[in-house]
Ligand binder design. Structure first.
Ligand code: GDP
Length: 442
């Protein structure tokens, strides 16, 4: 995905780099190449214009042109704007607690990958310890009901269907009742598709929306259809107010224009992306990771170096010295965790550095009570144990757990987390910048 844009932007940046000192006029020439590569990637004209207006405004300013490395700054500006264009995204499925039934409604044109995506979401929920149920509410195509049953069987997820019923709204309502009875806590409505948007379909979907009160309405669009995908998202959103777009078949789309345009045109972000036919090929859509992918390794590397200059050099040196000596004690680990726990701080720092996205997401899922638990365990250790976790044998583990009010296996888990982090930290210091980047992206 995004191959054509990657190539286009890479040659635009190369041409800027070849200019020596940049003037406003050759900056503008370079930016024209950026615009051209957006259009060639099938980004809509309106989106490309909006994007270029923002980039140009920032890149032509004195601050950039007179800076030490304007070429690198342009990459940074394009990166930020790409992120901005596609985000922000709230990935939550807005699930109610397990005692209630959460209704998720899936819509989309025929062939967009709606039924497959219902299965993929079902799998995601099942893997997350939920009890989903798939609902065959596409009564237009008898084959759609069969397709959903096949998926359900593959996944071990119950499927609700009623081949006698002609009214899809009734099917959906009955399905929610059945879910309550059977202990399912999320129903995924696979609604009817059409080859084109028509009034009758929209009315049917609106009726389901009004009567079943879905927590979230998702629209599947096929990335390979480019601007048609964006136009259908616009039309569905006008009729239904969708909560998120799921873009499918990104694995087969070399241009990526739809992925880049949807949010700006509809105001609705892409929440998930389908990256294959298999049922585990559904991923959260992360604008910053997409922006990184579009810009490619080489450009990101220089951006990373620029971002690094922003940090407190003294503090970095101090930490590096400690790490070089192989020192990364549990107390250091505690300090790091406490720093990360400060609301927004680490997220912001990592947000500046492409490649840190995965780590940032892992950190943001840490909740405060979990962190307090970890600190409790560390605080129950003796200074000798903190300095050398190898001293912690079974009986010490039991004592620490008793002190911290937790189970001995939790002490073990903490030590494992610490070991993993210590390994990463010491390797980062030992390696070159390129090695570090590689590690961050692994
Ligand atoms: P629906 O008519 O919208 O319900 O579409 P289907 O779920 O039947 O999907 C249509 C075709 O697209 C099927 O052959 C799917 O296997 C395929 N498909 C769905 N999602 C993806 C995806 O993310 N990547 C790829 N390569 N194929 C997909």
């Amino acid at each position: 995905m995004f191959e054509s844009l990657q190539d286009g932007l890479s040659s635009a940046f190369k041409s800027l780099r070849g200019q020596g000192k940049l003037s406003e006029s050759n900056m503008r020439d370079g930016l024209k190449l950026v615009e051209r590569s957006l259009l060639e990637a099938d980004v809509s004209f309106e989106v490309a214009r909006h994007f270029m207006r923002n980039v140009t405004e920032k890149a032509i300013g004195e601050k950039v042109l007179k800076s030490l490395n304007p070429q690198q700054q342009v990459v940074g500006i394009v990166y930020e704007e790409l992120k901005e264009l596609m985000g922000p995204v709230d990935h939550s499925l807005h699930l109610k607690n397990k005692k209630d039934v959460t209704v998720l409604m899936m819509c989309g044109l025929q062939g967009a990958g709606k039924t497959t995506t219902c299965g993929k979401l079902g799998k995601l929920l099942k893997d997350g310890q939920r009890n989903p149920m798939l609902v065959a509410a596409d009564l237009q195509r008898p084959a759609a009901i069969d397709q959903l049953h096949v998926l359900g069987e593959q996944l071990g997820i119950p499927v609700y269907s009623d081949r006698q019923e002609k009214d899809p709204v009734k099917v959906c309502n009955d399905a929610v009742k059945a879910a309550k009875k059977q202990g399912a806590d999320v129903v995924i409505l696979d609604t009817a598709g059409r080859l084109h948007i028509d009034d009758e379909l929209m009315k049917q979907l609106e009726r389901i929306d009004k009567q079943c009160h879905p927590e979230q309405i998702y629209l599947t669009v096929d990335a390979m259809t480019g601007q048609d995908a964006v136009n259908s998202a616009k039309a569905f959103n006008e009729a239904l107010e969708i909560d998120g777009v799921i873009i499918t078949k990104l694995d087969g789309d070399a241009r990526g224009g739809a992925a880049l345009s949807v949010k700006h045109v509809t105001g609705v972000p892409i929440k998930f992306m389908g990256t294959g036919e298999k049922l585990d090929a559904l991923e959260q859509f992360h604008p910053e990771r997409m922006a990184q992918r579009i810009l490619g390794q080489g450009d990101i590397l220089s951006l990373f170096e620029t971002a690094q200059k922003e940090f407190d050099q003294e503090q970095m040196r101090e930490q590096e010295e400690k790490l070089k000596k192989g020192e990364f004690t549990l107390d250091d680990f505690r300090k790091q965790m406490a720093m990360i726990a400060k609301p927004g701080l680490m997220q912001k720092m990592m947000g500046m550095m492409p490649g840190m996205g995965a780590m940032r997401d892992a950190m943001s899922s840490f909740d405060e009570s979990e962190l307090k638990g970890l600190f409790g365990i560390i605080d129950s250790m003796t200074p000798a144990e903190k300095a050398n976790t190898k001293l912690i044998d079974q009986s010490r583990r039991r004592r620490i757990a008793a002190g911290a009010g937790c189970e001995p296996h939790q002490v073990n888990e903490l030590i494992k987390q610490y070991d993993a982090m210590a390994q990463v930290m010491t390797k980062m210091v030992g390696g070159s910048m390129r090695d570090r980047m590689k590690m961050l992206n692994e």
